[in-house]
Design a protein around this ligand. Structure first.
Ligand code: COA
Length: 315
């Protein structure tokens, strides 16, 4: 396939490091040096559905196709207010599409899981145009009293329209179960037949363990894709890495011995927006004209599971 359009949407509310330092025992200097984040957008009066729909409409507008031309909608999402129906069904109705749709939970790698699925459906001859939307609201998963996590995340939505082409050169997805390093549990409705305790826990994260996994996974995924396609690191024009921590991105950049300009960042403005991180970055670069036709681009992300994913494509 080929990406023919992108879009994104952000909440209105900006939460700065300074604001967080009035809520928990933290400070701007700690957050900036340890993560690279200066501020993040957080859902207040808007809904995640509205942002997902807005990002989807913008991606369709950018692609120049109508929602009626879509053959499949894949929405990557970890949590939203609806347990059912799927967020993709809500998006489908709002944009006026009629195609089948499905949600997937690939944690922060959801966008790349979506791209991989779209490509597989395309290769099997079942679809021509696919919309992949990533919409995430981690601000509703974590405790705003826990300084080790609340400084890291932000909310947002990003989307891409894929169509006929041979620009996706290779993808790689991995999963290795380590469910106690990063997880959240939420309460379900009581049942008279179920005597198990019901847990309701905000996001739990072992930061250093996630950091090590993330750096190792990203570097091994990128190397795998380069080996598979026969390119050297220098041949890649842009590396778009999951915007979780600038130190992880820097580590990967140094190992690959590449210049800073090849690793665009927007983490300072948005923090970690989970699976929306990559499509938001992609859309920013696209609209700023920073992606040239034919450029070689690598995307890479990691997340709870642990899972990781990467993709090498021509723009
Ligand atoms: N403000 C100030 N101090 C903080 C803090 C905050 N927001 N959060 C933690 N600290 C403190 C710790 O309590 C610790 O204090 P101590 O030395 O007195 O015990 C100290 O800072 C160092 O904590 P540590 O956890 O060792 O810091 P770190 O360098 O590993 O950075 C993370 C912490 C979370 C930024 C880093 O581990 C990380 O980014 N991990 C990956 C997280 C991630 O990407 N998650 C999402 C995956 S999709």
């Amino acid at each position: 396939m080929k990406i023919i359009g992108t879009g994104c949407s952000h909440p209105q509310k900006i939460v700065t490091n300074q604001m967080l330092s009035q809520m928990v025992d933290t400070n701007d200097e700690w957050i900036v040096t340890r993560t690279g984040i200066k501020e993040r957008r957080v859902v207040s009066s808007e809904t995640l559905e509205d942002m997902a729909i807005d990002a989807a409409r913008k991606a369709l507008g950018n692609a120049g196709i109508s929602a009626k031309d879509l053959d499949f909608i894949i929405c990557s999402n970890v949590v939203n207010e609806y347990v059912t129906p799927a967020l993709s069904c809500i998006i489908q109705g709002a944009i006026g599409a009629t195609c089948p749709c499905v949600d997937l939970n690939g944690a922060c790698v959801g966008f790349l899981y979506g791209i991989d699925m779209a490509e597989a459906y395309y290769r099997s001859g079942r679809v021509k145009n696919v919309l992949v939307v990533s919409a995430e609201e981690p601000s509703r998963m974590l405790s705003w009293e826990d300084r080790t996590v609340c400084v890291l995340f932000g909310d947002g939505a990003g989307a891409a329209v894929l169509s006929e082409g041979d620009n996706i050169l290779a993808t790689r997805l991995t999963a290795s179960s380590s469910t106690f390093s990063l997880y959240q549990k939420h309460e379900l409705q009581p049942s008279p037949f179920n005597t198990k305790p019901n847990s309701n826990l905000p996001l739990v994260m072992c930061g250093q363990e996630v950091f090590k996994f993330a750096a190792n996974a990203s570097i091994s995924d990128v190397r795998y894709l380069l080996d598979k396609t026969g390119y050297q690191p220098d041949a890649v024009d842009k590396y778009l890495l999951h915007q979780a921590n600038v130190r992880i991105i820097e580590m990967v950049r140094e190992i690959l011995k590449q210049p800073k300009e090849k690793f665009p960042l927007n983490i300072q403005k948005y923090g970690n927006t989970s699976s929306a991180s990559l499509p938001i970055l992609l859309d920013e670069l696209n609209r700023e004209g920073r992606l040239k036709e034919g450029e070689l681009i690598v995307l890479s992300a990691f997340g709870a599971g642990f899972v990781s994913g990467s993709c090498i494509m021509r723009w």
